[in-house]
Ligand binder design. Sequence first.
Ligand code: HAM
Length: 414
Amino acid sequence: MTHRTIKGTHDILPEDSVRWQELERVIHDVAASYGYSEIRTPIFENTNLFSRSIGEDTDIVSKEMYSWKDRSGGSLTLRPELTAPVARAYIQHNLGSKSPLQRMYYIGPLFRRERPQKGRQRQFHQFGIETFGSGFPEQDAEIIAVGNTIFSELGLKDISLKLNSLGSSTCRNKYTKALKDYLTPHKDSLSATSQKRLESNPLRILETKNPEEQKLIADAPSITDFWTADDKEHFSTVQNLLNGLNILYELDHQMVRGLDYYTRTTFEFISGNLGAQDAICGGGRYDGLVETLGGKPTPAIGFAAGMERILLSMDIGRDDAKENTVYMINLVESASGQALFIANELRELGCYVIMDTLRRSLKAQLRDANRIGAVKAVIMGEEELKNKTVQIKDLSSGEQEEIVMNDLVKHFTV
Ligand code: HAM
């Protein structure tokens, strides 16, 4: 075959799009029920938007971005995430002046040049929510509750929530230094990746899967010792609020997340049936980001969830035909105009009407009607046309009745 999708990218075929639409419907409905409005930003942005916000030393910026030099000389990048673009839009359109609290959500494709495997693609999709303006713990609880509601509405089973606080940015910096001081004498026993991270991004070493390193980490200083009194209070209120909402979580003080902009609360929803790529959703506070990008200091928090991973871990129906699907069968070439007209009349009544345009035999069309799960077929042959009638066949019982064409609308009006 000459042309194929690029490694790590996938077509979403018609047979799968029903599941995507169902997922998107739940996202739109739940987001609206919490007062969130949709934002859509461009697929590409200036490269430095991402390097400044996600951090030069993160995996995403250092090796996963699709970037290129534009003809005008600037560097552009296909978005690897959406928090920075949404923060950029928040500043650019001065959204803070329109309302002191902005609640937004998004759905869209993202691009990271990672090694493809189950649940990890180079083009993938996220839905996410972001709020700007509130630094209070009730906002953290609301954000987590939105995710929780969406996942339970989708019937996701076997998911758990991991929760941590990285403290304010000064706390995070002090902790990073303490961790580096602790690990440096053990540098030679670290893996090559962790040795590099020791210089560039020591916190990431906490997430190591290497058993020897995990032992070392067990005795490392803990972030909890670096929280300020305010950090502690904020985090314990978040936990109390989640308890009140009956949202179960597990504290994980080694969860740091792979992006540099986080402060205070961070969290991940993990799926038990996905294998290695088990994070379906990650998020947290990023109180310093708007200011870093040139805006006024603005507390903010959000999350993003991988849609492919959600679909992999759930079981929503595939391509179920709607209850009111009707198959319009016309067996007379010269009456195709009439058949198209009737089909439209039935659509106006709210029916889903499928028509054969291959001029197939009655048998073939009935087979097709059954394949797509139509409930009724409207059949128009020479005889019916002459009598100004149509046959209506109930496709589950097989019963058929002849009705006058003029009564068709009445027949389908419930
Ligand atoms: P993230 O943890 O990089 O966070 O990504 C969020 C989710 O996107 C992951 O939990 C995963 O489900 C999905 N995901 C990430 N990379 C891939 C991939 N290569 N293939 C398939 N799915 C993937 C962020 O992107 C932050 N912007 C989240 C956030 C929003 N924080 C605050 N607001």
